[in-house]
Design a protein around this ligand. Structure first.
Ligand code: SAM
Length: 238
């Protein structure tokens, strides 16, 4: 799977793409991430990527010319990519969308800055507009990192233990159960006895019930779409 990140701040990605899980995944060739400098597609001496908004008002808007030229150049390279534009008005990024993206062969991630990008880029250059939440970031770069990281951990070989991604929050529609590690007693706060019991069926049921309870308390909206069995439904009715 390949990502092309289109940005005016390529240096933003230097360290995140070298460190930790992502750095290892890239070094091992599980995914390919290319950072593309939008200024390489400008046509003036000052390498201008933004201009004043028509109609007046605060701030600057990213010009359509460099963005269209860059996106067209990236589309011309095989395999054909999906072009994702980051914007607060886009489809909210959630685990089902991340899972869908993990099945795409190549994604171009377009990072806006300033007051955003010219409307013609939204309408005629992007395949999908994506938001990472109901708040406003200074630019799409942080959103791009969130997508690359969330998608890459679903790719074969990236996580040491593939099963852990299947157990994570949202993967089955629920929030994850609480996790504990040693010591069993920390400042008088003891690990629930069931986790020390060695009884795998009791542990499985305890974790499931904790996940159901947490989701009911904190994100009841998720329960409507969660994959629940008869025992889960009986527990939630209690
Ligand atoms: N004026 C825009 C608005 O009110 O919707 C916000 C522009 S924001 C300061 C600059 C860029 O950051 C956007 O073009 C977009 O690429 C990115 N951005 C900001 N918030 C975002 C969010 N919640 N999700 C995705 N991208 C975001």
């Amino acid at each position: 799977m390949r990502f092309d990140i289109l940005t005016i701040f390529p240096g933003f990605f230097d360290s995140p793409l070298r460190e930790s899980l992502l750095g290892k995944a890239l070094a091992a060739g599980h995914l390919d991430v290319r950072v593309v400098d939008l200024r390489g597609f400008t046509d003036d001496r000052h390498r201008t990527t933004d201009d004043r908004p028509y109609g007046g008002g605060e701030g600057m808007v990213m010009k359509p010319g460099p963005l269209f030229r860059a996106i067209e150049a990236l589309r011309a390279e095989p395999p054909p990519p999906r072009v994702v534009l980051f914007t607060p008005r886009g489809r909210l990024l959630d685990q089902p969308l991340v899972e869908e993206m993990a099945r795409w062969e190549r994604i171009v991630l377009v990072c806006g800055r300033y007051e955003g990008v010219d409307e013609r880029v939204h309408r005629h250059a992007a395949d999908l507009e994506v938001s990472v939440g109901d708040y406003v970031l200074a630019g799409g770069e942080t959103a791009a990192l969130a997508v690359v990281e969330a998608v890459s951990r679903l790719l074969p070989g990236v996580l040491g233990c593939a099963a852990s991604a299947r157990r994570d929050s949202f993967s089955d529609g629920l929030l994850e159960y609480p996790q504990y590690t040693r010591p069993a007693d920390f400042r008088g706060w003891r690990v629930p006895e069931v986790l020390l019991s060695g009884d795998h069926e009791r542990i499985r049921r305890w974790r499931r019930e904790c996940a159901l309870r947490l989701t009911l308390e904190r994100r009841p909206d998720l329960l409507a779409k969660a994959d629940l069995d008869a025992a889960d439904r009986a527990f939630l009715r209690r």
